[in-house]
Design a protein around this ligand. Structure first.
Ligand code: NAD
Length: 352
């Protein structure tokens, strides 16, 4: 099996590349522009393997995408490259439109050109998986779950750009017959997560005895999924998912943000006791503009139709994650030095 992964130097992409190269033994070409979020150090375990290749290229570069796809001749393309941080999208939406919308369009067109010239067998076996987020569905009240039928209602420039790219991917399936499948996943956490996001930021700040910023009152609810469970889901969806269908991916592990932060403090206090309980470092800060109240995924279509199940629950996954950060300072220390952990995504700062 020959697989192109875009965005494979990012958080989820690198977990997927490790899964495909090391566990499945597939031939993998990772295409990544190495933005601030891309990190080749996350790929140290596959570097040098005979079934792994890396191409430093931007998905907005049509010529580079056409060349890479035609040369590598993939059976599958798994598209994860994106600008992914909501706070950054609030103060810098242009890059999100460029990569997430224009880049996805380019990739779909390059894939279509390649796929349309394949012989009958490879043409019918070819798959394009477009990887997306549950944030396209907007915000839930206290009850209910996002299903694949939930209407799109994005709130942030990030989720609006992902919603746009989902529509493009689906339209390329309906109009041109490109064999597209789409996945929409809830919040991921786990190893190799860039320390601007809630969970790694909390772990590393708590370890350093620094303040733990919690947006608003910390009441926002997210449905957390361990990243390796997501990688396995993507592999199953591209292999067995029905064309032109969407599959929601989620771990049935809803937590309020404040509960997540407090749980990390407890785990760290247990693993590495400090002078005082780390929850005392919590500091409530100005909320994110347009902050969605609650996300929760109904993953039963994926579970029943394709037989996927999350292996980790939040308690087992968060312990694994904290332990990983404790044991892998070599990976995160350089990122802490270049990324100061300053607050992003506040509108008054955007106007200044
Ligand atoms: N993180 C989550 O919780 C989550 C949840 C659901 C879905 N997703 C989706 O999964 C995908 C991966 O998310 P992530 O958290 O790993 O993101 P990430 O920000 O960690 O990684 C994105 C990767 O894409 C690369 N990239 C960015 N722009 C590019 C471009 N123009 N050309 C080529 N490469 C480019 C970056 O260098 C980086 O390696 C995204 O599409 C995201 O929308 C993420």
């Amino acid at each position: 099996m020959r697989v192109i992964v875009t965005g494979g130097a990012g958080f989820i992409g690198s977990a997927l590349v490790r899964h495909l190269v090391l566990e499945k033994g597939y031939e993998v070409l990772n295409i990544d522009a190495l933005t601030y979020a891309g990190n080749e150090a996350s790929l140290h375990s596959v570097d040098g393997k005979r079934n792994y290749r890396f191409l430093h290229a931007n998905i907005c570069d049509r010529g580079a995408m056409e060349g890479a796809i035609n040369d590598f001749a993939p059976d599958w393309i798994m598209h994860l490259a994106a600008e992914s941080h909501v706070d950054r999208s609030i103060t810098g939406a242009a890059e999100f439109i460029q990569t997430n919308v224009v880049g996805t369009f380019n990739l779909l067109e390059a894939a279509r050109g390649y796929w349309s010239k394949l012989g009958a067998d490879r043409r019918s076996a070819f798959r394009f998986l477009h990887v997306s987020t549950d944030e396209v569905y907007g915000s839930l009240g206290e009850d209910g779950l996002f299903t694949e039928e939930t209407a799109y209602d994005p709130s942030s420039p990030y989720s609006a750009s992902k919603a746009s790219s989902d529509h493009l991917a689906m339209a390329w399936q309906r109009t041109y017959g490109l064999p597209v499948v789409i996945s929409n996943c809830s919040n991921n956490y786990g190893p190799y997560h860039f320390p601007e996001k809630l969970i790694p930021l909390t772990i590393l700040n708590a370890l350093a005895g620094e303040q733990l910023p919690v947006y608003g009152k910390g009441e926002n609810v997210r449905d957390w999924l361990y990243v390796e469970d997501h990688a396995r889901a993507l592999d199953i969806i591209i292999e067995r998912g029905r064309l032109g269908q969407t599959y929601n991916v989620g771990g049935r592990n809803e937590r309020r943000n404040i509960e997540v932060v407090k749980r990390i403090c407890e785990v760290l206090d247990d693993f590495v006791p400090a002078n005082r309980p780390r929850h005392e470092l919590i500091s409530y800060v100005t909320d994110r503009p347009g902050h969605d109240a609650r996300y929760a995924i109904d993953a039963s279509k994926l579970e029943i139709e394709l037989g996927w199940r999350a292996r980790e629950n939040f308690d087992t996954g968060i312990e694994k994650t904290v332990r990983w950060y404790l044991e892998n300072e070599w990976w995160w220390q350089p990122l802490r030095e270049t990324y100061a952990g300053h607050r992003l995504g506040l509108l008054d700062k955007a106007r200044a």
